[in-house]
Design a protein around this ligand. Structure first.
Ligand code: 13P
Length: 343
C-alpha cells in the first residue's frame, strides 16, 4: 500500500465508504457506557472496540478508516491480535486522535481552544510506528449571544494548521476538524446563523492552512453540516440542510482537497444518513463527500450490545446496517425503502 499522503487521503474517502470515529476519550466512552449501565473498564472498552473491528462485512464493505484513541491503538484483542491489525486486515486505514481536548480559552468566557501541540511531532512519530496513517484534531466553535469571537476562531484555526503541517511532516494525513456546534449550552441559533459562522470558520481555517504550507491534496476536512441548533425554534428540512451545506462548502473548500467527511454532531442516525445522501444525489461536487461519524454510526450498536457477550452478534448486525445505510448515502443511493427493508 502506498504511503504517499495523497494516496492515503484518497483511500480514506473511497467512494461508497466512510470513516468510523471510534476515538472517544475515556471520559466520553464512560458517558456512552453509562447509558447502558456498564462500568467503563479497560477490558469493557477493548471488548466493545473489538466487536466493532471484527464486524467483517461492515468493515470490509463500508469503512475506509477508523479513528482510534491513544489507549485503543495500543490495545490487543482477547486473542492477542493488536486491534490495529484487525483494522488493517479489513482494508481500512488506522488513524489516531491526537488533540488533548478543548480547554477554556483565556479571556473568552464560554469558548475553548483545543490543546495538544507541545511535543506533537514526537508523538506523531510514535503513532506512525504503531500503524497510524492519519490523525484527527477537533476544534470547537460554539454559537451564543456574543460568540464566536474572532480570537476563538483565529486561535483554533491557527492550531489546526500547525497540527496539519506537523502531521504531513510525519507522513500522516491530517483530518482537519473545525466543528461548529449544534448542541452547545445555548444552541438556539437557526441554520442561517450556522451557515455564517461555518463560512467564517472555514475561510479562516483555509487561510491558516495556506500560511502553514499544508498540502491540500494530502488532507481530509471534517466539518459540521449546516443545521439549526438543537434548541432552535426554527427547524430546517433535510433538503435545506443539504443545499446550504453544499453551498457553504463550495464557497470555502478548494477542489484540491480530495475529500470531506462529516461529523454527525448530535444529529439522529437517520438524519445524518439522509442529509449525506441528498448531497451526493445532487451530484456535481468537486470533492468526495462522505461520513466520519461517531454517535450516528454507533448508537444502535452500543444499545443492542448492552455490554453482554450474548448480544455481540446482534450488535454487529446493527453496526452493519448503519454502516451500509451510510455507505449508500456516500454514493447518494440511500432511501427510506432501503432503511425499512433491512430493519
Ligand atoms: P460525532 O459523529 O458523534 O459528532 O463524532 C465525530 C467525531 O469524531 C467528533 O470529533
Amino acid at each position: 500500500m502506498s504511503d504517499r499522503l495523497e494516496d492515503i487521503a484518497a483511500r480514506m474517502v473511497t467512494p461508497g465508504k466512510g470513516i468510523l470515529a471510534a476515538d472517544e476519550s475515556s471520559g466520553t466512552i464512560k458517558k456512552r457506557f453509562d447509558s447502558i449501565g456498564l462500568t467503563s473498564t479497560e477490558d469493557a472498552r477493548r471488548d466493545y472496540r473489538e466487536l466493532l473491528f471484527r464486524s467483517d462485512d461492515a468493515m470490509k464493505n463500508y469503512i475506509s478508516g477508523v479513528i482510534l484513541y491513544d489507549e485503543t491503538i495500543r490495545q490487543k484483542a482477547k486473542d492477542g491480535t493488536p486491534l490495529v491489525e484487525l483494522i488493517a486486515r479489513s482494508g481500512a486505514v488506522p488513524g489516531i486522535k491526537v488533540d488533548a481536548g478543548a480547554k477554556p480559552l483565556t479571556f473568552q468566557k464560554g469558548e475553548t481552544i483545543t490543546e495538544g501541540l507541545d511535543g506533537l511531532g514526537e508523538r506523531l512519530k510514535e503513532y506512525y510506528g504503531l500503524g497510524a496513517r492519519f490523525a484527527k484534531w477537533r476544534a470547537v466553535i460554539d454559537i451564543g449571544p456574543s460568540m464566536p469571537s474572532h480570537n476563538c476562531i483565529n486561535a483554533n484555526a491557527h492550531a489546526l494548521a500547525r497540527y496539519a503541517a506537523l502531521c504531513q511532516e510525519a507522513g500522516i494525513v491530517p483530518i482537519v476538524e473545525p466543528e461548529v456546534l449544534m448542541d452547545g449550552p445555548v444552541a438556539t441559533h437557526d441554520a442561517d446563523t450556522c451557515y455564517k459562522v461555518t463560512e467564517w470558520t472555514l475561510k479562516t481555517v483555509f487561510q491558516e492552512l495556506y500560511y502553514a504550507g499544508v498540502n491540500l491534496e494530502g488532507m481530509v476536512l471534517k466539518p459540521n453540516m449546516i443545521v439549526p441548533g438543537k434548541n432552535s425554534p426554527k427547524k430546517a428540512s433535510p433538503a435545506e440542510v443539504a443545499e446550504k451545506t453544499v453551498m457553504v462548502l463550495k464557497a470555502c473548500v478548494p477542489p484540491a482537497v480530495p475529500g470531506i467527511a462529516f461529523l454527525s454532531g448530535g444529529q439522529s442516525d437517520g438524519l445524518a444518513t439522509e442529509h449525506l445522501s441528498l448531497m451526493n444525489a445532487a451530484g456535481g461536487l468537486p470533492w468526495s463527500l462522505t461520513f466520519s461519524y461517531g454517535r450516528a454510526l454507533q448508537a444502535a450498536t452500543i444499545k443492542t450490545w448492552g455490554g453482554k457477550p450474548e448480544n455481540v452478534a446482534a450488535a454487529q448486525r446493527a453496526f452493519l446496517h448503519r454502516a451500509r445505510m451510510n455507505g449508500l448515502a456516500a454514493a447518494g443511493k440511500w432511501s427510506q425503502d432501503a432503511e425499512k427493508k433491512a430493519a
